[in-house]
Design a protein. Sequence first.
Length: 330
Amino acid sequence: MELKTKSKRPEMKCSIDVFLDESEGFSKCINDPGTYKAVLVESGSFVVEDKGEYRVITAPAAMAVNEKAELKVISESGVRTSTVFFKPTFIREEFSFDAIGSGKFDKFFKAVKEPAQMKPDELMYSAIRGIGAEFDEDFKDSIYQDAMLLLEFNWHQRNIVFYSLTEQEYSTAVRILRSLKHELEMQPDNFWILRTRYFLISLLFTATADFYRDSRQDEIYKDPLVAKVARYMWENIGNDISLSDILKKFSVNKNTLNDAFNNEKSMSCMAYLEQLRMNFANKLLQFTDHSVSEISSICGYSDSNYFSKVFKKHTGMSASEYQKQMKGLC
C-alpha cells in the first residue's frame, strides 16, 4: 500500500505524505518502517507484548507509533481503528528521519523529564519554564514548537506509546479525523493540503496536551494469562463478571488463576477486578458529568449504594463526596 495521498485536482500534480486508513482490527501497514502512525482505537480491547512484557489497552484510546515500532498483538476483541500515517517532514521539512535519528533535535525531546519523575501538574510547564535559556538562538522559535508536536514519538523509551482518552478527548479526536478525512478524500479546493496539515497538527496536539493519562494504559504485566484476563475484565467491566465465568473462559482452575494474580499483583483475581473498577470509577467521577448511579452501572454495580461503600473502602470517602470534591477543584 502506498501510504500517501495523491492530488485529484488537475492543476495540482503532487502527492503528500499523509494517509488515513480505517480498519477492523489494525491496519495491515501498522508496522510500516517509513512513517509515524497516529492511531485512534475506537472500539474493543487488546493485549500487546513488548520484550516479554504485556499491556492491556481498551477503547477509547490512542497510540503514537514511530517508524521503529513493531506492534505485537497477542489477544484482541472487537477492535476498530483509524490510523493516520505521516512522515514528520510533512510537519516541517527539517524533520527527516535521518535528522531526527542523528540526535539533532534531542535537546527538545530530552528537555522534558519523563512522567515518572514528575507530578502530573508539572508536565505541561516543564516544557516551558526556563527552556529558552538552554537553547541556542536557532532553537527558540517555531522549530521548537513544531518539534513538540512529535514529542510522543520521540520522548519515551519505547517505540509505541499508549494513552486513554476521556469522552471529551475522544469526541475531539473523532471530529478532527472526520475533517482530515474530508480533506484527503474530497480535496474541495487548492487549499486542501494546508487544511490537512492543520488537522494533523491539531490531532498531534491533543496527544501532547493529554497530561491526565489513565494509568491502566501504562500498567505492565509479566504473565500473559494475567494480561489476557485483565483485558477480558476491561472489555466486560460494565457486566456481571463471576470467577466461574473467568475460569471457564480461560480454561484454568481457581488455584492456578489466583496464584498468577498473587504473583503478579499481590491480590486475588476478583480483588484485582474490584481495583480496576474503582480506578475506572475514579476517572469517571473526575472527568465526566455522569451521576453516581450511572457510574455505578458503567462500572458493573447494579446497586449504587453498595458501589459507594466499595468506593469508600478504597478512597476513604463515598462516591458522591469524592465527585463533589473533584468538581470543587475545577
